[in-house]
Ligand binder design. Sequence first.
Ligand SMILES: [Ca+2]
Ligand SMILES: [Ca+2]
Length: 432
Amino acid sequence: MTTEGAEQEINGEATDLAGNKTIASAAVSIDKTLPIVTASSSPEPNSNGWNNSDVTVHFTASDTISDIDTVTADIVISTEGAGQSVSGTASDKAGNSATTTLSGINIDKTPPDISINSPEAREYLASESLTLDFAATDNLSDISATQAMLNELPVTNGQVINLSAMEDSYTLTVQANDKADNSASKSITFTVMSAKSLKNGAVTKLNNAKTGNRKIDEPIDQAIRSINDSLDEGLWLDSSHLVYGPKTDWLRDMFDQFGKHGKTVEDKDIDDENRIGMQSPPGARNGITVFHHEMWAVMFLQAKLQFFGKVIPIMERQIEIKQSRGHDVSKEQAELDDIKNALPVFQEVISDLVEADMILAQVAIDDARNKPVANPIMAKIVSREIEMADKGFAQAMDAANRGSSAISVIQFGHAWFHAQLAIKFAAFEERP
Ligand SMILES: [Ca+2]
Ligand SMILES: [Ca+2]
């Protein structure tokens, strides 16, 4: 009997020695065919062939003839890894068994790792340069996409961010996906301190330092007036850029003048600050006046610092004497305390103003350096102005380090002015 089939009837005939015949029949089931077993996984992998959660492998078996007896139960794979495989077996009732293997199971449950090296979570000056430096790496399936936004603006790794027109708070958010669709996101918030916000902050500090005592409030009011003059909206392009005037194109006029007289422009002609005017014509709005106002504010405060520096020991001595005579010194003591409390604020405001001017000068110099020169003949003149600006800047820093704050402010003004000249010369195109 070789034919497969269930309940096959077989008739057998037996004859004994006496010649009796018996016919017997039996049902015979034969199954030689292996079951068919298939495996399927869920959830299905994504289009990259990866899962990001446990994968359940289910085995389905079918059999001809004798039917399925056992089949491997569902196998849950929870381990991360690429190229995993599992096998399942099915047996039919005739004891035939078959095995199948499902391979190529890729599981990655770990989100990418994002690092942000730059920016740092700190305060930047608007004059600083910021190069974005971030990276996304993945443990297993690899990064499929990285996106970064600086507030609402899409940015890329290595991008240089110009802080000079920025102020307040910014957030860089880096978001990355791996090939298994795990996603991660990391944010860094930093702030940008602009020249304008330093000055506004200085005004606030001074207002808060008022005591109701005329001796302190008067210099404070004087300083605030000067700072507020320097904050005149008409002098500012944005939070760290000043207007450069006069509005009339004096440079073109100057070249026309030279043209008329058949001369050529030489370095010495444009090197003379007096000739082309550190001072703007009447009514012209020019950022240089910001430095002038600032210088006055610094000088008021410095003068008061020096004055009170001398007065404090005298006041202390008077209080001592009065006290020794048994007089009430509470009024004198209160005034002395007010003065002593105000002086550190004066000092702080002076350094804020110097720093604001440093930002203005640095931003202008950077602008000048980055400005392409439209007319090659001007290149030498432009680079000379930048040189002058650098020199003024270095002198301003020296003065600031020596504690000569007013001189520092003036030198930053010079640096700013020469940077503006460089920008102006760089933009100059010869008239056809
Ligand atoms: Ca079978
Ligand atoms: Ca991963």
